[in-house]
Write a protein that binds this ligand. Structure first.
Ligand SMILES: [Zn+2]
Length: 388
């Protein structure tokens, strides 16, 4: 099958993040098995979803994991001019369809290059690692990366995450953590504001604390110029609480996210916030004994990626992508999770992130070709005795 045929097939599975991915998983599994590849599954608890991984080439230490996700984002409310789950060639050099760019294009390149990988005399193996639920917070990747590390006796060394980067090597990614804070105060007549504890007033104080914390990080020159913006950001995106201007609110809630540069630690910022919350609880319980503040994570933190410019994965990706300009991204990807398992990791894949997640998502045929070229160069590299 050509890369376009495979992409056509992959786009036809409307597998959204958070939903069962067995349809696309089984098609890929059958495809791999038809070439005699041994496929390993890493299912979720109830068996409705699974990641897959496999090894192509010799059972030796080293080699490269090619990582991608099988899920896509929804199309609801988007103004598509064609069926999102049908790959359309409008003869303008682009192939349209949900996931064509993010990131079934890369998966199609991996799968289309499989026959060549099998024919080549690889000295180091290639692994495929395809996950689910990336689009709802990179949920499956930690388990998948760990499974790969534990499953194989001979350990892979590198991980290339094929997120759309216009084939540029991406070595840095901010860590992302999404949290929710609930404040429980006491209701009452607005005139009693000093005798009750308004959940809204307290939530406001917490929000201002978070903003001040961000400003403090900036003032302390905690900056990393590789990122835009160069500082860790703390942002409150949704607030609710209260019922009327003359009623003290007993409940307030806000939703926030934290995007950290590698030098800042997500957990310690949250721990500092928790300490402040505890102080507020102790103080306000003298007015209202049941006063409480609770912060919960909306989903597990996505770790940052901080691969150094002289890391060997960077050299490899420069060589096989033909691009030498390094960049960083502010979107979530699974690279940090592979790095956390000890693999030298970086992002590089066909297509532009600008086309991802929107109506009439597309990948240019040129980018898809470049993705295939990267596969062939990778095969060449891994077939060389000199590769380590
Ligand atoms: Zn993606």
């Amino acid at each position: 099958m050509t890369v376009v045929n495979i992409l056509e097939k992959l786009v036809s599975f409307p597998v959204l993040g958070g939903k069962s991915n067995l349809s696309i998983l089984n098609w890929i599994k059958d495809y791999l098995e038809s070439y005699g590849v041994v496929v390993n599954l890493v299912p979720n608890e109830d068996g409705t979803k699974a990641s897959l991984h496999c090894r192509i080439g010799p059972a030796t230490d080293g080699g490269v994991i090619l990582s991608g996700h099988m899920d896509v984002v929804p199309v609801e409310g988007q103004d598509w001019t064609s069926d999102p789950f049908e790959l359309i060639d409008k003869e303008d050099g682009k192939l349209y369809g949900r996931g064509s760019c993010d990131m079934k294009g890369f998966l199609a390149c991996c799968l289309a290059a499989l026959p060549d990988m099998l024919k080549a005399s690889l000295k180091k193996p290639i692994y495929f690692a395809f996950s689910y639920d990336e689009e709802v917070g990179c949920l499956a990747a930690p388990e998948l990366a760990k499974h790969i590390r534990n499953h194989y006796v001979e350990k892979p060394k590198y991980a290339l995450i094929g997120e759309p980067s216009m084939m540029e090597p991406i070595v840095g990614q901010k860590g992302i953590y999404i949290l929710e804070t609930y404040v429980n105060g006491s209701a009452g007549h607005s005139s009693r504001i000093k005798q009750e504890v308004s959940a809204i007033h307290e939530a406001m104080r917490l929000i201002l604390w978070l903003e001040a914390k961000m400003d403090k990080l900036i003032a302390d020159k905690r900056l990393d110029d590789r990122f835009h913006p160069p500082h860790s950001s703390i942002h409150i995106g949704l607030v609710n609480g209260g019922i009327a201007p003359n009623v003290i609110a007993d409940k307030a809630h806000f939703y926030w996210d934290l995007r950290t540069i590698p030098m800042d630690d997500i957990q310690s910022i949250v721990a500092e916030f928790d300490t402040f919350c505890l102080e507020r609880e102790i103080e306000l319980r003298s007015i209202f004994p049941d006063f409480s503040i609770k912060t919960i994570e909306n989903h597990p933190p996505v770790p940052h990626l901080d691969t150094k410019a002289d890391d060997p994965i960077v050299g490899l990706i420069k060589k096989i992508s033909g691009n030498s300009k390094l960049d960083t991204v502010s979107y979530a990807a699974e690279a940090g999770q592979f790095a956390n398992e000890g693999f030298h990791s970086a992002i590089c894949g066909p297509g532009s992130i600008e086309q991802a997640h929107r109506a009439d998502e597309f990948i240019s045929k040129e980018q898809l070709d470049m993705g295939m070229k990267m596969m062939y160069k990778l095969i060449q590299e891994l077939s060389s005795e000199a590769f380590s």
